[in-house]
Design a binder for this molecule. Structure first.
Ligand SMILES: Cc1ncc(C[n+]2csc(CCOP(=O)(O)OP(=O)(O)O)c2C)c(N)n1
Ligand SMILES: [Mg+2]
Length: 279
C-alpha cells in the first residue's frame, strides 16, 4: 500500500511526540518501563491516530473498536496517547505514578478509554477473544485489537487463547506481538525460545502478517488486514528503546530510569528527530 507521504509524516510526528512524553513521564516519576513503551509507540499511534474511530470509543458506543494493551507495563505511551486524544486532560499526565493518581504504573479500567486493567502478562489475548466472540454474537462490526509483548508469549494462557481465536472464526480480532526480541532479563531466544513464532501462530490457524513495526507504511495495512473466518496475528518487529540511541536493543532499559544527563541526551535526540520529520 502506498500511503500518502503526509499521512506517514503526521503519524511519525505524533509517535515522536509520544516518545518525548514517555521519557518525561518516566524521568519525572523516577519509575516506568521505558524500552517497551518506546518500541510500541508507533503501533499505538497507528491505532489511535489512524485506524480506530476514537470519537466512537469516547462516546462508549457499543459498536466501538476495542483496544487492550496486554503488555500493560508499557503504559506511558498509552497514557500520552489517551491524554492527547482527549480522554483526560494532558495536565493529568503530571500525576503519573504519584499517590492517589488514576494513572498508576499499569493501566486500570478506572481511566477513561481503558477497556481492561492489565499488567499481569498473559491476560490480554484471552480477554480479547472473549470480547470478539461477544461482538460477533451481537452482530457488531467492531474490531478488537490487542498488543502483547514477545516475552509475554511465554505465558500459557496466550496459547489457550491462540487456540480459541481460529476455533471461533474470530476475523474481528487482531493480535499484535511487539517483537522487540528482549524481555525483562535478556533476549527472548535465551529466556524462552519463541521462534519460529510466525509459524507457531500459523499452525494454530491464524492469518499471520510479519512487518517492521516501526514503519507506518507496513503497520497500517497490517492493522487493516481482514481474512474471513480467521483472526490476524501481526508479528511486529521493533527495536526496544526505539528513538534513543543508547537505549536501543539494551535489556537494561526495560525499566531503568535515566540520569539527568541521559534524560537531556534522550530529549535532544528525540527533539532532533521530531525536527527532521517536520521539515
Ligand atoms: C504474569 C507476569 N509475570 C511477570 C511479570 C513481570 N514482568 C513485567 S514486564 C516483563 C517482561 C515482559 O517482556 P515483553 O513481553 O517482551 O515486554 P517488552 O519487551 O515489550 O517490554 C515481566 C516478566 C508480569 N508483569 N506479569
Ligand atoms: Mg519484548
Amino acid at each position: 500500500m502506498n500511503m500518502e507521504k503526509e499521512t506517514v509524516r503526521f503519524l511519525e510526528e505524533q509517535a515522536f511526540r509520544r516518545r518525548i512524553d514517555i521519557v518525561n513521564l518516566i524521568y519525572r516519576a523516577k519509575t516506568g518501563h521505558i524500552g517497551g513503551s518506546l518500541s510500541s509507540a508507533d503501533m499505538l499511534t497507528a491505532l489511535y491516530y489512524h485506524v480506530m474511530d476514537v470519537e466512537k470509543i469516547k462516546a462508549g458506543d457499543p459498536n466501538r473498536d476495542r483496544f487492550i494493551l496486554s503488555k500493560g507495563h508499557s503504559v506511558e505511551g498509552f497514557y500520552s496517547i489517551l491524554a492527547d486524544r482527549g480522554f483526560f486532560p494532558r495536565e493529568e499526565l503530571e500525576t503519573y505514578a504519584q499517590f492517589h493518581t488514576r494513572l498508576a504504573c499499569h493501566p486500570t479500567s478506572k481511566i477513561p478509554g481503558v477497556e481492561v486493567s492489565t499488567g499481569s502478562l498473559g491476560h490480554g489475548l484471552p480477554v480479547a477473544v472473549g470480547m470478539a466472540i461477544a461482538l460477533k454474537r451481537d452482530n457488531s462490526s467492531a474490531h478488537v485489537y490487542v498488543v502483547m509483548g514477545d516475552g509475554e508469549q511465554g505465558e500459557g494462557s496466550v496459547w489457550e487463547a491462540a487456540m480459541a481465536g481460529p476455533t471461533y472464526g474470530l476475523d474481528n480480532l487482531t493480535a499484535v506481538v511487539d517483537r522487540n526480541h528482549l524481555q525483562i532479563s535478556g533476549n527472548t531466544e535465551n529466556v524462552m525460545r519463541l521462534e519460529p513464532l510466525a509459524d507457531r501462530y500459523r499452525a494454530f490457524g491464524w492469518n499471520v502478517v510479519c512487518i517492521d513495526g516501526n514503519d507506518f507504511e507496513e503497520i497500517i495495512p497490517a492493522l487493516l488486514t481482514r481474512v474471513p473466518g480467521r483472526p490476524t496475528a501481526i508479528i511486529s518487529d521493533t527495536v526496544k528503546g526505539k528513538g534513543v540511541s543508547f537505549m536501543e536493543n539494551q535489556a537494561a532499559w526495560h525499566h531503568k530510569v535515566p540520569t539527568e544527563e541521559q534524560y537531556q541526551q534522550a530529549l535532544e535526540e528525540l527533539n532532533q528527530k521530531l525536527k527532521s520529520i517536520s521539515e
